[in-house]
Design a protein around this ligand. Sequence first.
Ligand code: TXA
Ligand code: MG
Length: 327
Amino acid sequence: MITRIINAKEGLDDAVSLIKNGELVVFPTETVYGLGANAYNSAAVRKIFEAKGRPQDNPLIVHISRVEEVREIARDIPEVFYTLAERFMPGALTVVLPRSERIPDIVTAGGDTVAVRMPDNAFARELIARSFPLAAPSANRSKHVSPTSAKHVYDDLKGKVPLILDGGECGVGIESTVLDLTSGSPVILRPGAVTAEMLAPYLGVAPGSGKVIGTAKSPGMKYEHYAPTAEAYAALSAESAAAFYDRCAAEGRRPVLLFRDIHADVLGERERISLGVSVEDFMHSVYSALRAAEKDHDVIVVETLTGEGRAASVMNRVMKAVGGKTV
Ligand code: TXA
Ligand code: MG
């Protein structure tokens, strides 16, 4: 199969036809690129699992273009969903709800719940509005780092998908927050740019009340996701990273440091890929930096962020990418 990369605006008509014909289309979102198929068509959705090499016990997110579409995807929708939708949709929040009968088993991995998200990308929403809600995982080969550009997708899926809509770099840079509303009290299954602190006021959790939103693991979190092909470590400090870098270099290996610019003085002339300045810069660029690093280096050392909120969400992904290893 030939894989075409087309500017999202120009490729939209073709994308609509492909989805209507039960084929796959890669589309841009604000978090990472998605590999979409008509969520109502099991045969089409099966192609997603084949293209990615994804285990079938890992359910998919259904992407919608308008809040009202949720009524076709889910049932017994609690009022708080609409409150959250008002504030966070479109955006980097996925909500797990009881599943409607229209959604085939393959989307939910046979479960009674379905994950729903409205992406903050006008091309993605137009594609959905003109075709169907899209079941879509991140558009990487299974277990690799999620893609934040059309080129990343091409590197992983060329020959396996007919069309990649190129919408430039993803702004957020890590996958959406997954919030489960089906288990009594709200539970974050996957942390992301929409944090527990941001959600709390809408979930009836008073700040300082001592009550917290629960956390648990989504089915997908058990897989070793997001890993680069080179050996990778999280740095306990910039100093320890510099020392480790020097040992690797002395052994003739090719290390690289993924750090924000505030550590430039400590890291000196050692080879570094910049993760910008802020926590948001780090979030935006870390997947892209991991993919660039694995091409030319055999050891990757990534800065560790401390703190709650978005810093903790990014570190959730970094610790997966490095398999928990630190230096
Ligand atoms: O930002 C994102 O969420 C991106 C873009 C493309 O929207 N999508 C994405 O999809 O990251 P994926 O398949 O790579 O990750 C979806 C996560 C997995 O951890 C999966 O287990 C979980 O959501 N999930 C999906 N449906 C679920 C459900 N019904 N109950 C619990 N977890 C679910
Ligand atoms: Mg994924």
